[in-house]
Design a protein around this ligand. Structure first.
Ligand code: BG6
Length: 479
């Protein structure tokens, strides 16, 4: 048990907050988006940039450099948004005016020098330095070589005139096991300082995920019950109704454990169970999450079959055209947090595709009555449910569970912004709080790696399930 990480908690003492994100930016940014024609850019990045622009949150002279392999125009890039009546034409015109396309071959060293000259020229033209936000929206196989080439061409150094910083924005997956994650991490660290690296886990940028901290640290009553004396079990559930959606090649080499548990679910668990950070600064939040992840005892080869189960939806093999595929589309694992607060409280992480319901939530089951539980609903139907026991009306002493239920959408008029707005805004501000550090990623792989290793040996335990099965029916782990 690692007690050193855990100073006593002062109940009700919320960590001091960082300033709100409405402060004006002192320096504009150039988003350099590698892969602007890709799926992520189309579905998430361009809509988020549009929303920030419409909300007045992009400082003047923000620029977007769209790096593509083929010759593509700004009109091509924006045409799906132009066809959608939800996007207002004058704002799209403003967006178009700040997008500059840059065609290059990522395997060609001299093209990186040209890109650098292009960025320098932009800065010279506007007479100021920009932060250069190098967003790798590309397949993970090219992360390493592209990062090497960025470093070799000096693109890691930032705007040469004054204070502009180069920042690397990188999407998961960070490696496919512990060894490859360590290798990638060393490679990136050789090129960029840690404070230049923004490892994205889009779950952290979801509004309701940030509410985990607000809920924990502004409700002393629950804070007092946040421990092994009161909590019997913690369950993190991410159930999806969609299948692999045309991502067969990616998913075949990934599976549910790597795709969701290794990153999103361990991050959710860390936020929900870490000690109170000294403040809500990036460093303090990262340190608290890392301490929690370090307190999770990784399974051993001998315990994997007891603590991890997997399944595959019945139509998956035909969908990915691999009759022998052993890739899991459902996974659940049971972990133990070996620290004074949580020792002995089982933690279940469960996720899967093609299940009955789309839901991501965290449930704390309290000791005493099994119906007495608290559920933080992260998405959809965002809110919080506290199930309590009440006396049934009438001349009886029978008690029943009843829900105290908070729904975001009926309580607040404002909708939740998409996570990518927050990601892009925080990257401009240089605020790394909602990004993942290298140490957290590696620690998460240490927890997952023994399961990856055992599952690679044989798949006799892989259960086939009918699409549309409820996740609770599949999640048969005891504990
Ligand atoms: C991604 C996974 O990280 O998260 C996908 O690669 C998954 O497989 C997605 O569908 C779920 O994200 P969200 O925000 O829809 O819950």
């Amino acid at each position: 048990m690692n007690a050193a990480h855990h100073p006593a908690i002062t109940v009700g003492a919320a960590p001091s907050a960082t300033p709100p994100h409405t402060a004006p930016l002192h320096l504009a940014s150039q988003f350099v988006i590698f892969g602007l024609t890709g799926d992520l850019a189309r579905k998430k990045l361009l809509p988020a940039l549009y929303a920030l622009l419409a909300a007045g949150l992009l400082p003047d002279s923000t620029h977007i450099v769209g790096v593509t392999r083929r010759a593509v125009t700004t009109d091509d890039i924006l045409s799906p948004l132009r066809d959608n009546p939800a996007y207002d034409p004058p704002t799209l015109d403003r967006l178009a005016s700040i997008i500059h396309m840059f065609q290059m071959d990522l395997t060609e060293t001299s093209d990186y020098a040209k890109l650098r000259a292009f960025l320098d020229a932009q800065e010279a033209k506007y007479g100021q330095c920009f932060h250069r936000l190098l967003y790798l929206s590309m397949p993970p196989q090219v992360f390493g070589p592209v990062v090497d080439a960025l470093a070799a061409s000096g693109l890691t150094a930032g705007c040469p005139h004054t204070t502009g910083q180069s920042r690397l924005l990188i999407e998961k997956p960070f490696g496919y096991d512990l060894a490859s994650a360590e290798e990638l991490s060393h490679r990136i660290s050789a090129a960029f300082e840690e404070d230049q690296i923004f490892r994205i886990d889009h779950y952290l940028a979801k509004d309701t995920v940030q509410n985990i901290l607000a809920f924990r640290f502004h409700n002393p009553f629950f804070q007092a019950a946040w421990d092994r004396q009161h909590v019997a079990r913690i369950i993190v559930t991410s159930s999806e109704t969609i299948g692999v959606e045309g991502r067969a090649a990616f998913y075949e080499s990934t599976g549910a454990l790597r795709d969701v548990i290794q990153n999103h679910q361990l991050q959710l668990l860390a936020l929900a169970t870490m000690e109170t950070p000294a403040s809500l600064s990036a460093d303090d939040v990262h340190a608290a999450k890392l301490a929690l992840l370090s307190d999770i005892t990784p399974p051993t080869a001998d315990t994997v079959s007891d603590i991890a189960i997997r399944g595959q939806y019945a139509t998956y093999r035909a969908e990915v055209d691999n009759p022998h595929s052993a890739t899991e589309t459902f996974a659940a694992i049971r972990l133990a947090i070996d620290n004074p607060r949580w020792h002995g409280v089982p933690v279940i992480l469960a996720t899967g595709k093609h299940l009955a319901e789309k839901t991501t939530h965290i449930t704390f089951q309290f000791k005493g009555h099994e119906a007495n539980q608290l559920t933080l609903r992260l998405e959809p139907n965002e809110g919080i449910e506290f199930d309590i026991m009440v006396k049934e009306p009438g001349l009886t002493n029978a008690v029943h569970p009843a829900a105290l239920d908070f729904h975001y959408d009926t309580h607040f008029a404002a909708p939740h912004p998409d996570a990518y707005q927050r990601i892009l805004l925080d990257a401009m501000l240089g605020d790394r709080t909602l990004f993942v550090t290298s140490a957290e990623t590696i620690q998460s792989w240490r927890i997952i790696d023994p399961i990856v290793g055992e599952w690679a040996k044989t798949a006799t335990d892989l259960v086939q399930y009918t699409p549309g099965t409820p996740i609770d029916q599949l999640c048969t782990l005891a504990g």
